[in-house]
Design a protein. Structure first.
Length: 245
């Protein structure tokens, strides 16, 4: 799109404070000049600093690492710090993620959902070995690389927002949850068996609830191969059912 810096952008931003009984959901409109390397985050920062200091949004790292700035932009979930205005039309609508509890304006509470998911899966290494703070529990590179791939999840919540099943079933573990389960099942340091994940994974709330619409794959900002991870989970479950191993 040529001459981006000469464009005037119109931002329509969702505004609402659920804790204020007088607040009514609505959209406020702001106009900003486009420029090179202008991100949605930078636009919201400029609006907050120069136009409306009451605008509420989440941001932390500003570099596609923390996942806190996830929002819906023109109806599609993305990271505000990663989404560039040069890739968007002249009118840009910014809304909060719809799946998570709304805090204010375009900020939501993802932390509670991820905490509950981790507790549900007991998302930490289970081992009978005594902890030794002076000695690392090292892995071979071939064992560690798949774990690293799954650990690249930044818990932005975009895969959950992009999943129709998650919106229909509040008990659905979701892509982030199944990726978390996969991460510990393949970790050679974790001593749990597949059966110990059965209650969470072997149901319609787990891997068998996925309809393979691939919203998680299409929108994951870290491009984690989530369908591949879920396929491994399904194959392990099938092998367990057919062979008992």
């Amino acid at each position: 799109m040529a001459d981006n810096h000469k464009r005037t952008l119109t931002f329509k931003i969702f505004r609402h404070d659920p804790d204020n009984p007088d607040s009514v959901p609505h959209y406020d409109t702001f106009k900003l000049d486009d420029r090179p390397f202008f991100s949605i985050y930078l636009a919201m920062e400029e609006i907050q600093q120069k136009h409306d200091p009451s605008l509420y949004y989440d941001i932390c790292c500003r570099s596609n690492v923390c996942g806190s700035c996830a929002v819906n932009v023109n109806g599609q979930p993305c990271l505000a710090c990663k989404s560039q205005t040069k890739d968007l039309p002249d009118t840009i609508t910014i809304e909060p993620l719809r799946y998570f509890d709304h805090i204010k304006d375009v900020a939501v509470d993802k932390g509670r959902w991820f905490r509950d998911m981790i507790m549900r899966l007991e998302g930490w290494i289970h081992t009978s070995k005594p902890f030794n703070e002076k000695l690392e529990n090292l892995q071979k590179a071939d064992d560690q690389l798949p774990v690293y791939e799954a650990e690249r999840c930044i818990e932005c919540g975009i895969c959950i927002e992009a999943c129709a099943i998650a919106h229909l079933n509040p008990n659905y573990l979701g892509s982030a949850g199944m990726n978390r389960a996969y991460r510990f099942l393949i970790d050679t340091r974790d001593e749990r068996s597949l059966d110990e994940f059965a209650e969470q994974l072997f149901t319609g709330d787990g891997v068998f609830g996925c309809e393979a619409m691939l919203g998680c794959r299409n929108f994951c900002p870290k491009e984690i191969p989530l369908p591949y991870h879920f396929g491994i989970l399904r194959r392990r479950i099938l092998k367990r059912v057919l062979t008992g191993k």
